[in-house]
Design a protein around this ligand. Structure first.
Ligand code: UDP
Ligand code: MG
Length: 326
C-alpha cells in the first residue's frame, strides 16, 4: 500500500532537517519490511511561513523524490493547512497519516498505525498516553478543553490531536464536509467507518517555539464549539424563559405593593416594564437564535450519510414491451 505522511509547517525551519531525516528513515524501514510501497511520500505543507521553510522543503524535494511539498498562498492556520495536504495526498495514496512538524508526535507510532490499517481500520487515532512533558498550564487548558467540549455535546476523541491515519475512503468522506469553520477533530469521528486508537508518548517540541499561543488556542476552542453545537443558543433561550417567568412573579409582587399603597409614584410601572421587556427580549433573541442556528447547520450542507457497504443483488429490469404503451 502507498502511504503519505502529511506534515503542516508554519515557520518550522528549525525542526525541518531533523523531521525530514527521521521520516525518510521511517519510510525506508517500512518499505524494507514490505509494509508500504516505494511510491510512499512525505508531503510537507507550508502554511505561509515567513522564514525559510519553503526553501528547505523544495531543497528536500530536489534532493529526494520521497519528499513533496504544498505551499499555501498565505497562513491559513493549522487545520486548513492539514486539509490542503490531506486532499492533495488522497488521490495518490491508500492511506494518509497527518502529524505535526515538531516531532511531538511519536514517529514510531506510525508502524502501529500502518499495522492497524492493514488489519482493516480506516481511521487510526493517535492518543497521548500521558502529558508529562507538557507545562502545567498547557496540560490544564488542554484537559479543560476536552471536558468542556464534551459538556457542549461535541464528540471528540479524548487526548487525540491531529496525529492520525485515514484511509482513502475516509478521506473521500472528509472531502464531502464542505465546512468553512474547519475543526477536524470533531468531523473525523462523524465520518464513521471502522476506527481504532494507538497510544503514544507525547514528546517535547524538538526545536523552535509553539505556533499556538493562548490567543490562537482560545480561538480554536471557540471555533470547535460554535461549529459543532447549538447549545450556547439554547442557553440564551432558557435564560430568556426563566427571566420571563421571574418577571411574572415580579409583576405580582409589584401589584401587591401597589395595592397595599407602599409604592412610590412611577415605581411600579418602571420596575415592571424593565423585567417584562428584559425577559421578552431575551426570549425573542433566543428563538431567533434558534432559527439562525438551524440555518447555520443547513448552510454547511454536510453530507447526511456516507455509505460503507451495499448488499443488494439488483434484479434485471425488464425492458418494456413495445405496443403495450398507452
Ligand atoms: N501550524 C500550522 N499553521 C499555523 C500554526 C501551526 O501549520 O498557523 C503547524 C505547526 O507548524 C506544527 C503544527 O501545526 O506542525 C502544530 O503546531 P505547534 O506544534 O506549534 O502547536 P502545539 O504543539 O504547541 O500545540
Ligand atoms: Mg507542537
Amino acid at each position: 500500500m502507498t502511504l503519505y505522511i502529511v506534515v503542516p509547517c508554519y515557520n518550522e525551519e528549525a525542526v525541518l532537517p531533523e523531521t525530514s531525516r527521521r521520516l525518510a528513515e521511517k519510510l525506508e524501514t517500512l518499505e524494507k519490511a514490505g509494509k508500504i510501497s516505494p511510491a510512499s511520500r512525505v508531503l510537507f505543507v507550508d502554511d505561509g511561513s515567513k522564514d525559510r521553510t519553503w526553501e528547505l522543503i523544495s531543497a528536500l524535494h530536489r534532493r529526494d523524490p520521497r519528499f513533496g511539498g504544498v505551499k499555501l498562498s498565505r497562513n491559513r492556520g493549522h487545520q486548513n493547512a492539514l486539509l490542503a495536504g490531506l486532499m492533495t495526498a488522497k488521490d495518490c495514496a491508500d492511506a494518509v497519516i497527518s502529524m505535526d512538524a515538531d516531532l511531538q508526535d511519536d514517529v514510531d507510532a506510525i508502524d502501529r498505525m500502518v499495522d492497524a490499517f492493514a488489519q482493516g481500520f480506516d481511521i487510526v487515532y493517535g492518543v497521548r498516553s500521558s502529558r508529562r512533558t507538557d507545562t502545567f498550564f498547557k496540560r490544564a487548558t488542554a484537559q479543560g478543553f476536552y471536558k468542556f467540549m464534551k459538556l457542549m455535546g461535541v464528540d471528540i476523541v479524548y487526548n487525540h490531536a491531529d496525529f492520525r491515519l485515514m484511509s482513502r475512503r475516509a478521506l473521500e468522506g472528509l472531502s464531502d464536509y464542505e465546512e468553512v469553520n474547519l475543526f477536524l477533530r470533531g468531523i473525523v469521528p462523524l465520518i464513521g467507518y471502522p476506527s481504532t486508537t494507538v497510544e503514544y508518548e507525547r514528546a517535547e517540541r524538538f526545536a523552535g517555539e509553539s505556533k499556538y499561543p493562548l490567543k490562537k488556542m482560545l480561538a480554536f476552542a471557540f471555533d470547535g464549539i460554535t461549529s459543532f453545537s447549538v447549545k450556547p443558543i439554547r442557553w440564551v433561550t432558557a435564560a430568556g424563559f426563566l427571566i420571563f417567568v421571574a418577571s411574572i412573579l415580579a409583576l405580582i409582587y409589584i401589584l401587591v405593593v401597589k395595592l397595599l399603597g407602599f409604592a412610590v409614584a412611577g415605581w411600579s410601572a418602571t420596575t415592571a416594564s424593565i423585567w417584562l421587556l428584559g425577559g421578552l427580549e431575551l426570549l425573542g433573541l433566543g428563538v431567533i437564535g434558534e432559527y439562525v442556528g438551524k440555518i447555520y447547520t443547513e448552510v454547511k450542507s454536510r453530507p447526511r450519510y456516507l455509505i460503507e457497504a451495499v448488499e443488494l443483488t439488483p434484479g434485471v429490469i425488464q425492458p418494456r414491451e413495445s405496443g403495450t404503451e398507452q
